[in-house]
Ligand binder design. Structure first.
Ligand code: DGJ
Length: 746
């Protein structure tokens, strides 16, 4: 065994010629191996290696990628005739500040004296079976068979601050999860100015980065670019994960495609503001950091207290971007989403928003529910506008905060209406309709009884004006009394009638706060509320929403198994939005609805089957329209489309997703879902623009068993090899077209 001993750097000398190897005993047998202070995390197809530099006590990265053997070659430093900074030339696991590593640090602490220098050295480590929960934060979870944890304790002896790095590996999913605990063992307060959950240095090579950018109604647009020398950053500063950038990053080789090549995926389990930094340093190493947004942290840590960072999930795949996504999907389905509905059938729903907006009363709601049942929906969801007594919610300028039914609209409260609706049977079934309801509990309108009584509960910064957005303010969920108020008012409504579904909306970002740290304190309060309510009402199916996909993140998914993907319900736009979202998140988590034409957001008219086919690629399929005003022919098609959605739904919820053609590359976007047991599969193929007097492309399938035979749509049988190497061909007429094809293994 040869350990790396770094040379001393001096001016004008020839230095640093190491070509050394490191071992970690039984490196591939156990998920975690500690050989002295050399560490190996081993997945099915992934290895993550790092060690302690014996001279400096720094933690240095050796490898994050495909599986490797016992001995791995370390960095060859080569001869340098002149001066070099040692610390700037190594791959660091936890880069601190002020010691000559001029790249972005993973931690920055301001001590009471004003210093921002830290010197975290290795102190000890321990291996824990399983994975401890993160206090107050959402986190992946699993049994001792699923996951193992390595905790590396680092210590800065000058400030008496400890940093514990927790690495957990889920070997089956090739996923490594990291979080950091910072504890102040000193005697004075310290302020944590920045803290990254993930910090990883990859070796010198050309890489691409992929992230998801967007805005309201055009979320999750895939953005790919080369990682250039210098810093490339993105993130969110609006107090929640946001429409503009998702807390997800992929790094790939430049030649990596959907189905081939190396891909690293990083996903932050957090709903608040965040920052991603990708920095290619002067030596060509690429550093990736992901964690709190430093401009909204300044977290004061008194003696004896600990700040726990959110965790960041890292996955690695040799099978391209698709392989990376499937690892994240499986991990999130099995080890993140707590709800019992994570992968079980979701009822087809009809949501009242685009059908009626704010314009309804008790009888028009009942009529809409009857229409919903008539076309086969199993769940009716009453969206915005049902509440407010002194300040009734007739538009978006009043009522938020007052979670009592509007007495003019519901003179007898919700209960009798819910009873009537849940007595309805979905068309041609003996299934009773279920009832769901909308809330936006983190908000308050200045026109509300709540605001009259507690103006101080709204977030504000001393005397500064409170910026309103959509006529509303954000409640300060860092305050326990606000958390308690929300828990009580939502519980009271849920107990008042037979309500089995909640859509939890959030329609604006955070502006003025009493201090930067309020942003994270808000998140801790919000997670407490989510946790209490979902624990108290485990039989309720919870859906997250933030003006569409403004909070589509793993933090929300821990509590809510599905999220409304976008307020843009245009089927063609939705193909990109849903496929973009699927880069990090399982299709099971996406709410997707068939809506009316012309589409309310884009004005486009797309055939009803195409609209439905796109929506049924989401785990929660629904309708967002009033069937009573639909074109007769379209309306007649809905029950059949609902039946098809229900047939494919178990595959969407549990299966693996293969993005065959991307909407940004092809006029024929195509997606294959293969059931968990690989017996069934469903193929979706779309056409976006007409194809006149031209032949038709073949859609080559992926992920099938080449030797097995598959019956295609109850007809011809082909081998997996034929379906993957020749593919299936489709012809469409007109501009927008779609086909859904079922495959059954023989
Ligand atoms: C924004 C959501 O995304 C919509 O679906 C709808 O619930 C409205 N809010 C209601 O105000």
């Amino acid at each position: 065994m040869v350990y790396l001993t770094r040379g001393v750097v001096a001016t004008g000398l020839t230095l640093l010629a190491h070509s050394v190897a490191v071992t970690a005993k039984e490196s591939s047998a156990s998920p975690i191996v500690a050989d002295g202070t050399h560490f190996a995390l081993n997945g099915k197809n992934v290895a993550y290696r790092f060690h302690v530099d014996n001279t400096t006590g720094d933690l240095l990265g050796d490898h994050f990628g495909g599986s490797v053997g016992d001995n791995i070659p370390l960095e060859v430093i080569g001869e340098v005739n002149g001066w070099v900074s040692d610390i700037g030339r190594v791959r660091r696991e936890f880069p601190d500040q002020g010691r000559g590593d001029y790249r972005v640090p993973a931690i920055s602490i301001r001590q009471s004296e004003g210093y921002t220098v830290s010197e975290f050295r290795y102190k000890s480590h321990k291996i824990i079976p399983g994975k401890p929960a993160l206090p107050g934060l959402p986190a992946t979870m699993g049994t001792e068979e699923d996951v193992s944890t390595l905790v590396i304790s680092m210590y800065d002896k000058y400030s008496d601050v400890a940093a514990d790095l927790s690495y957990s590996i889920f070997p089956k999913h090739d996923a490594i999860v990291r979080s950091v605990n910072v504890t102040n063992h000193g005697t004075g307060n310290i302020t944590i100015e920045s803290l990254a959950s993930l910090s990883v240095d990859l070796p010198y090579e050309d890489l691409d980065m992929i992230n998801l950018r967007g805005d309201w109604a055009r979320e999750a647009q895939r953005e790919r670019r080369s990682v250039a020398y210098g810093l490339q950053s993105f993130g969110s500063s609006n107090g929640y994960s946001g429409h503009l950038h998702n807390p997800f990053l992929a790094l790939t080789e430049p030649s990596t495609t959907e189905s081939q090549g190396e891909a690293w995926g990083f996903s932050l389990v957090y709903t608040g503001s965040f920052t991603v930094n990708v920095e290619k340093g002067s030596q060509g190493f690429t550093r990736a950091l992901m964690g709190f947004n430093p401009s909204q942290l300044s977290w004061v840590l008194p003696p004896g207290e600990t700040l726990t960072s959110p965790e960041c999930v890292s996955v690695y795949s040799k099978d391209g971007i698709g392989g990376m996504s499937r690892s994240l999907h499986r991990l999130y389905r099995n080890h993140l989403i707590k709800s019992k509905f994570a992968t079980s059938d979701r009822p087809t729903l009809l949501n009242s928003w685009e059908g009626l907006y704010f314009d309804f009363n008790q009888s028009s709601i009942y009529d809409l529910a009857k229409e919903a049942a008539g076309v086969g929906a199993k769940l009716f969801v009453l969206d915005d506008g049902w509440f407010g007594k002194e300040y009734p919610r007739l538009s978006d300028n009043a009522g938020l905060g007052d979670w009592v039914p509007n007495p003019d609209r519901f003179p007898d409260g919700l209960e009798p209406l819910v009873k009537k609706i849940t007595d309805l049977k979905a068309a041609n079934t003996s299934t009773n309709m279920r009832f769901g309801i909308w809330f936006e509990p983190e908000m308050v309108n200045p026109n509300s009884t709540l605001y009259d009584e507690h103006p101080d509960w709204a977030l504000h910064a001393g005397p500064y004006p409170r910026t309103e957005a959509r006529n509303q303010l954000v409640l300060n969920l860092a305050l326990p009394e606000v958390q308690d108020y929300i828990i009580k008012s939502v519980s009271d409504v849920l107990k008042s009638a037979d309500i089995s579904y909640v859509k939890w909306d959030n329609n604006r970002g955070i502006n003025e706060t009493p201090s930067p740290a309020t942003n994270h304190a808000y998140m801790l309060g919000m997670y407490r509320v989510f946790n209490e309510l979902t624990t108290q009402f485990p039989d309720v199916l919870w859906e997250g929403c933030a003006s569409g996909g403004g909070r589509f993140d793993p933090g929300v998914l821990q509590y809510f198994p599905q999220i409304w993907t976008s307020d843009n319900t245009d089927a063609i736009d939705r193909i990109s939005i849903q496929l973009g979202t699927s880069l990090a998140y399982p299709p099971s988590a996406m709410g997707a609805h068939l809506s009316e034409v012309p589409n309310h957001q884009t004005g486009r008219t797309v055939p009803v089957a195409v609209r439905a086919h796109v929506a049924m690629m989401g785990g929660s399929f629904g309708l967002e329209l009033n069937p009573a005003v639909m074109d007769e022919e379209d309306k007649a098609a809905v029950p059949g489309l609902v039946a098809l959605a229900e047939k494919v739904n178990p595959i969407i919820l549990n299966g693996d997703m293969w993005r065959l053609n991307l909407p940004e590359d092809s006029n024929w976007p195509a997606v294959l879902f293969i059931a968990e047991d690989a017996r069934n599969a469903v193929l979706f193929v779309f056409q976006v623009a007409p194809n006149v007097n031209h032949s038709w492309p073949r859609i080559k399938l992926q992920g099938l068993d080449p030797q097995a035979s598959y019956k295609v749509d109850d007809g011809v049988v082909y081998t997996g090899a034929t379906l993957m190497n020749i593919g299936l061909q489709f012809a469409f007429k007109g501009d927008y077209g779609s086909q859904v094809v079922m495959l059954e293994k023989q």
